[in-house]
Write a protein that binds this ligand. Structure first.
Ligand code: PRP
Ligand code: URA
Length: 209
């Protein structure tokens, strides 16, 4: 079963409060989402392998650690996942970025892929899937399934806010995937919005609606 890591760092909690606040406008919302994503990148990469290299300091020669050539891929789920890309890339500048676009068919309510462009070698990469909201879990479950169908072997999911229902859906469908969240909220409402949540992440990021 994948592990759920709920961040409890004071900086993340503080920033998340203002992300949730309905009086926070799009510009500040985007900046805060970027900052929290950058802080989350720190935790998501905690298990990256290291290797020692020999360097010269101004005082002596020494062996010192560098990250050992691990290939990473960042995959935002369109559209709201885009808001988390820049923060992640700030800490992981060598990562390649793939995109997966999904919409929910109004009749079947099944997620349908409308866009998918991924790095060629995704089977060799540790993929970090980004979506601010894990509500019913339908989008994340489908996106991870598409990635696996295209060859992905190592996937982590990073969300700002998750509902317990969505966590369970992803854990049941993808027991190999660890989930990193800034907060686990109480529940979903009758419109499948997370309560208390932050509202519609895509609309708040891009000023639509
Ligand atoms: C939001 C959010 C997730 C999805 C979560 O996207 O960014 O992708 O809802 O809901 P789920 O867990 O019930 O699938 P939305 O479908 O509103 O599209 P958008 O990002 O284009 O706004
Ligand atoms: N998508 C959002 O953007 N917000 C929610 O609360 C649920 C799904």
């Amino acid at each position: 079963m994948g592990i759920v890591y709920e961040m409890n760092h004071p900086l993340i909690k503080h920033k998340l409060t203002f992300i949730r606040d309905k009086n926070t406008g799009s510009k500040e919302f985007r900046e805060l989402v970027k900052e929290v994503s950058m802080l989350m990148a720190y935790e998501v990469t905690r298990d990256l392998p290291l290797e020692e290299i020999k360097i010269e300091t101004p005082v002596s020669s020494t062996n010192s650690d560098i990250i050992s050539g691990k290939k990473l891929g960042i995959v935002p789920i369109l559209r709201a996942g885009l808001g988390m890309v820049e923060g992640m890339l700030n800490l992981l500048p060598a990562a390649k970025v793939g995109h997966v676009g999904l919409y929910r068919d109004p009749k079947t309510l099944e997620p349908v892929e409308y866009y998918c462009k991924l790095p060629k070698d995704i089977e060799e990469r540790d993929l970090i899937v980004l979506d601010p909201m894990l509500a019913t879990g339908g989008s994340a479950k489908a996106a991870i399934r598409f990635l696996k169908e295209k060859g992905a072997t190592a996937v982590k999911l990073v969300c700002l806010i998750a509902a317990p229902e969505g966590i369970k859906v992803v854990q049941d469908a993808h027991p190999d995937v660890d989930i990193y969240v800034a907060a686990v909220d109480k529940k979903l409402n009758e419109h499948a919005y997370i309560v208390p949540g932050l509202g519609d992440a895509g609309d708040r990021l891009f000023g639509t609606k």
